[in-house]
Design a protein around this ligand. Sequence first.
Ligand SMILES: [Fe+2]
Length: 371
Amino acid sequence: MKEFCIMPKIVQIDTAKEFCKTYGIGRGDLLFVSGHMYERFFKTHTEGAVIVNYRNYVSGEPTDLMVEGIYKDIQDVDYERVIAVGGGTILDVAKLFALKNISPVVDLYEHKIEPVRDKKLVLVPTTCGTGSEVTNISILELTAIHTKMGLAVPELYADDAVLIPELLDGLPFYTFATSSIDALIHSIESYTSPKANSFTEMYSLRAMDIILNAYKEISSQGGDVHEILLGELLLASTYAGIAFGNAGCAAVHAMSYPLGAAYHVPHGEANYAVFTEVYETYQRLLPEGKIEDLNRHLAAILNCDVRNVYKNLEKLLNQILSRRRLRDYGVTEEDLNDFTETVMTKQGRLMANNYTKFDEQTVKQIYRKLW
Ligand SMILES: [Fe+2]
């Protein structure tokens, strides 16, 4: 059986002002937005809405403590609709606030609290990466168990995903790099997932084309050109979100989570740290299969021999973001055993989507090689 669905209504609007007017943002709304975005785009169009400036709660990736902090501050607020404007961090966190009961949030992630949806949810991405606006997944670092976990339930789908290219204006190059590499990895992991089907493949391939062609343009014309490509990349990240929302991500995400959680490496960068080695390993373990189609597609975009596709891919990606060794992030040799154990015991949801099965030994070898 193959399944494909696009749950949120996808809306494209040119400006934040038009968005606020169309959605009548005000009383009864809980608006998650950074202080900077609020001042620049929303302040004069959202009177009556309760504002949550998530930067007051966390500086990097989302944690259970951040959710509990926000929950404590807004538990007496009456709201019927959650509107979130931001990168993957804020969208993932805001999704939880559309549920009836979310605390203790660890219990929600361990399925001890039943997710019941009782508010409307509108998600507006401001980076070109996570695709969170079109998925039913919320990723949090659970500080008690030192890893990131995903909660994937239908109750976390937005009602509307709204794409506003204006909000990406001035996106710093590093944020562009980490978020778009994340989107590229979504498109590739979903393509080789056993849950992929003709529909997800179409979205995966289109996302790969847009992102890699953008990187080629940046590589030949310089970093500044990324600004004019952002509108296209916003679309590509949503396409990749649709693909992995249906077919799933796999070992790259699973193996990057312990690194992200233990050493606070931004999600896209942590993914890139393990990405090419995971695919080299797939290639060694099972060279005949879906990976052949992927390699041919990538080789055509990269204009290289199919046998050297991962070397060439890494060469291009390194011009966008340099890949670092795990030890450069502070990872110790002992960590590699802990990381492996976490992946094998806590990331079953993702590891089930691997192109070919990875046992404990394989995971450890990959980490060792990357160290
Ligand atoms: Fe991701």
